[in-house]
Design a protein around this ligand. Structure first.
Ligand SMILES: Nc1ncnc2c1ncn2[C@@H]1O[C@H](COP(=O)(O)OP(=O)(O)OP(=O)(O)O)[C@@H](O)[C@H]1O
Ligand SMILES: [Mg+2]
Length: 269
């Protein structure tokens, strides 16, 4: 399964992506993709030295190099020859990944402070990589995106099976979620919402009323002790019965069910 997390800033994309990666990695191999130029997925997963991971875009240069292709004279965003390689997770060179148990983390890259502020080449390469990466039945991809809609504008997440949009019980987060959903629909992507930081039944009702019941994968409560993660703790080190993991596990089960019924529909036409 290829799952991407989107949503307004601070709603909990990285936290919930981290929880989902933790759960999947108990039984499967997960490629965790940090596509936020201000990346911190490594911290949340307790992967040391995350900022030292070589951004994935540099892999493009390596591929160009190996194939003796000169990017400036070869037309097209990424030479077509790369697609024919049918790359697998294991083909990604070690230096572009950090591993922890079953998790392989790659990062898209940060915006150069002195540069144009554009991450277009990075996005293009990541989009092509995600599109052509071949998964076996025991592998998943979970991508944590930056806040807002830029990634969708560049359709970085276009090849993902499901776009999970994280919302808080606030009007602005719900409005952003609506915009993200509309853009994702233009890309013909499956979208679902997760309500996060739910403190009361009213919070939950508010989200359901605004977004419609059928579109919500599930909700996650507000956990006071999540600030431990901000101070250097890691979701992968939480006990198996931590509330947030139990709630995200329920969401993961609904997502898996949804995916397999979509697959079924495709098979039976
Ligand atoms: N269920 C929760 N309960 C309590 N706090 C939470 C919960 N989910 C996330 N948080 C906290 O909310 C803050 C923002 O979370 P996170 O960094 O995951 O959001 P984000 O959407 O990835 O933000 P950004 O847009 O900056 O990347 C963090 O302090 C995190 O610990
Ligand atoms: Mg984040």
């Amino acid at each position: 399964m290829k799952i991407a997390f989107a949503g307004k800033g601070g709603t909990g994309k990285t936290t919930l992506a981290g929880a989902m990666i933790t759960l999947l990695a108990r039984h499967r191999k997960v490629l965790a993709v940090d596509a936020d130029p201000n990346s911190n997925l490594a911290n949340v997963l307790g992967i040391p030295n995350g900022s030292a991971i070589k951004p994935i875009v540099e892999m493009r240069d390596l591929i160009y190099d190996r194939m003796e292709i000169k990017p400036d004279i070869t037309p097209g965003p990424v030479p077509g020859s790369f697609y024919k390689l049918n790359p697998r997770i294991d083909d990604i060179p070690e230096k572009f990944m950090r591993k922890r148990n079953n998790v392989n983390l790659i990062v898209m890259g940060t915006v150069d402070a002195g540069g144009s502020g554009c991450v277009c080449p990075e996005s293009t390469f990541l989009r092509e990589l995600l599109k052509h990466l071949v998964l076996n039945e025991k592998e998943d991809i979970v991508m944590d995106m930056e806040a807002g809609i830029e990634h969708l504008g560049r359709s970085t997440a276009g090849s993902m099976d499901c776009l999970v949009i994280v919302v808080e019980p606030t009007l602005t987060s719900i409005e952003t979620a609506g915009r993200i959903k509309r853009l994702a629909q233009d890309l013909k992507m499956n979208t679902r919402f997760i309500g996060n930081k739910i403190k009361t039944k009213q919070d939950e009702d508010f989200i359901i009323k605004k977004l419609g019941e059928g579109t919500i994968l599930g909700t996650v409560s507000f956990y006071q002790d999540m600030n431990r993660i901000d101070k250097g703790g890691s979701i992968m080190d939480l006990p198996h019965d931590a509330g947030i993991l139990l709630e995200v596990d329920k969401i993961l089960k609904s997502l898996t069910k949804m995916e397999s019924s979509d697959e079924q529909k495709k098979v039976t036409g």
